[in-house]
Design a binder for this molecule. Structure first.
Ligand code: C2O
Ligand code: CU
Ligand code: CU
Length: 571
């Protein structure tokens, strides 16, 4: 009797543990060339019982749709900020004009529509978009604002790789959160619970074939040391900015905040079995985010230096036409040649408050905390540069640069392992060893997009460090300083027609070689309603979304950067 009770009890515990899994949510998709993104305050039932969690979402309740972009397309983004706070949306990893980049300078006030556009020229890979408002990035990412971008190109399309989204090509956004007793997110560097695509204790039914996972580390701070519970090998096929030359077999892969990795795992013939994707964070060093074992205090959390589940996989029948073989070769990357670099820039990471400052110690880039309008570098257009980062910080930092994808040259003199030897936009800078600083070198080419007015950012991708000021900026300059052409008449006058207008507003320039660098439409009380970077004006400006009333169109001239304001009426 006692024994039967024990077995029954065991079964009950076993089934209730199983029942605790929640089905992985696969973000919706948007494709084409025009994308409507509505950033909003919302709520979601993340914790199964009790209150819903107040979240931020883009079109959704938490996180946003996955955007499918094709290399070569011109894509137009309609980003509407429906929250009560200012924000920005940065296209992480995209090579695009600084004014479209969505860094801390491209603030989208509440109620405003921001309409950047660009020609996609990134390689097929996994990128993402997220808020980047200075000092607010951690808060806004914590709410769940962000989304994945999947770029497709012809080279990738020709390879025998899984690409049935949500079936054998599965996006995994990794983050962790701390919940208050009323199920609300606590803004903290580390969470107590793993969230996979916004789902606690996630499981997913997958077919018995080669699976592709597109993994984003979307955490505030934590790194995840990926591996499978049966110790099986898996294959890294892509880093941040593109496919590798060939799949690289590994049993563990450490992914840091902001990084992406695409992996293949072969589940052919394994129908009816299950396996867990886990974070083997007990193996992390103390100065890698998540490798510390803080139990209390501002960094205290339940997952520090522990192994924990990311996704429970139930393997079922294969699909039609499954991929069953890991390819042996992928692409032929032509990496940048160190001999072609004309400049080596020396950057530093230190643990201090910056020159002359008093107060608490921060992690600092180039001896100063981030300041608006403090520019670190002017990079001449088309320069190939080596960036050499010397870190005397005790802690490891994932360093990210906007505008470019780079190749890592070395970490402490050692060339990167094969899985890191492709295109990257985040590189992990390990903490110092004893008293010896870490030196990391990468090489990048800064082609396109000279703009003396709008900088690109570089920073630590741990949002806490970034918000505290571990960020700098650079501008890309062309040989015509400020882009000012002397033969140009600086009296950029124009008129608006029709006025009043209803659907479309047109601009008539007195001087026909005028181009608009930026247009803002403000309401009579000064609220920005539309933000149009480098607008194409021939077809007019769509003002159909504006309520009737008086508005002011503020145009920044492309050459002089003079700003002229004209009034119009929307009826
Ligand atoms: Cu993903 Cu500047 O950031
Ligand atoms: Cu970025
Ligand atoms: Cu950092």
């Amino acid at each position: 009797m006692k024994k039967v009770f024990f077995i029954l009890n065991f079964l009950i515990i076993f089934t209730s543990v199983n029942a605790q899994y929640n089905t992985l949510w696969i973000p919706d998709t948007l494709s084409g060339t025009t994308f409507n993104l509505n950033i909003k305050d919302t709520f979601a039932q993340i914790v199964k019982t009790g209150n819903q969690t107040i979240t931020g979402g883009i079109n959704n309740k938490f996180w946003g749709p996955t955007l499918f972009l094709n290399k070569g397309d011109v894509v137009h983004m309609n980003v509407k900020n429906s929250t009560n706070d200012s924000t920005t949306i940065h296209w992480h990893g995209m090579h695009l004009p600084a004014v479209m980049d969505g860094g801390p300078y491209q603030v989208i006030p509440p109620g405003t529509l921001w309409q950047p556009y660009w020609t996609v020229n990134n390689n097929a890979a996994t990128y993402w978009y997220h808020p980047h408002l200075h000092e607010m990035t951690m808060d806004q990412i914590t709410k769940g604002i962000g989304g994945l971008i999947i770029v497709r190109d012809q080279v990738e399309a020709a390879l025998p790789l899984p690409r049935k989204y949500g079936v054998d090509d599965i996006p995994l956004v990794l983050t962790d959160r701390k919940f208050s007793t009323s199920n609300q997110f606590t803004v903290a560097p580390y969470g107590d619970s793993m969230l996979t695509n916004g789902v606690l204790r996630a499981q997913f039914n997958v077919p018995a074939q080669v699976l592709r996972f597109r993994v984003l580390n979307g955490a505030i701070e934590r790194s995840y040391n990926l591996g499978f519970s049966d110790g099986r090998s898996f294959y890294v096929i892509a880093s941040d900015g593109g496919l590798l030359n060939a799949p690289v077999s590994v049993t563990k892969y450490l992914i840091h905040a902001g990084e992406r990795v695409e992996i293949l795992v072969n589940c052919s013939g394994q129908s009816g079995t299950s396996v867990d994707l886990k974070a083997y964070n007990s193996l992390l060093g103390n100065f890698v985010a998540g490798g510390e074992n803080f139990v209390t205090g501002p960094f205290g959390n339940a997952l520090g230096k522990k192994d924990f589940n990311i996704l429970h996989l139930n393997i079922g029948a294969p699909t039609n036409n499954p991929i069953n073989v890991i390819p042996t070769a992928l692409v032929n990357n032509t990496l940048l040649n160190a001999a072609s670099a004309t400049v080596t820039r020396q950057l530093t990471i230190t643990d201090s408050a910056g020159a002359g400052a008093t107060g608490p110690n921060y992690f600092v880039l180039n001896h100063h905390l981030f300041k608006y309008n403090k520019n670190d570098y002017q990079v001449p257009l088309n320069n190939t540069e080596i960036w050499e980062i010397t870190s005397s910080s005790i802690f490891g930092h994932p360093f990210h640069i906007h505008d470019v994808e780079f190749n890592i040259i070395s970490v402490n003199g050692v060339a990167p392992v094969a899985a890191q030897a492709g295109w990257k936009d985040v590189v992990f800078i390990p903490g110092k060893t004893g008293n010896t600083s870490t030196v990391v070198k990468f090489i990048a080419k800064f082609d396109d997009f000279a703009d003396s007015l709008h900088p690109f950012m570089f920073h630590c991708h741990i949002s806490l460090h970034e918000d505290e000021g571990m960020m700098g900026q650079f501008i890309v300059t062309s040989n015509t300083p400020n882009g000012i052409n002397d033969s140009h008449d600086p009296t950029t006058d124009f008129s608006l027609y029709p006025n009043p207008a209803n659907q479309k507003l047109f601009i008539a320039f007195q001087n026909t070689d005028i181009k608009a660098y930026y247009i803002k439409i403000n309401s009579a009380v000064g609220r920005t309603m539309l933000m149009l970077p480098s607008p194409v004006l021939q077809n007019g400006i769509d003002i159909s979304s504006l309520a009737s009333g008086i508005y002011y169109l503020q145009l920044t001239d492309d050459k002089t950067k003079n700003v002229i304001t004209k009034k119009f009426i929307k009826n």
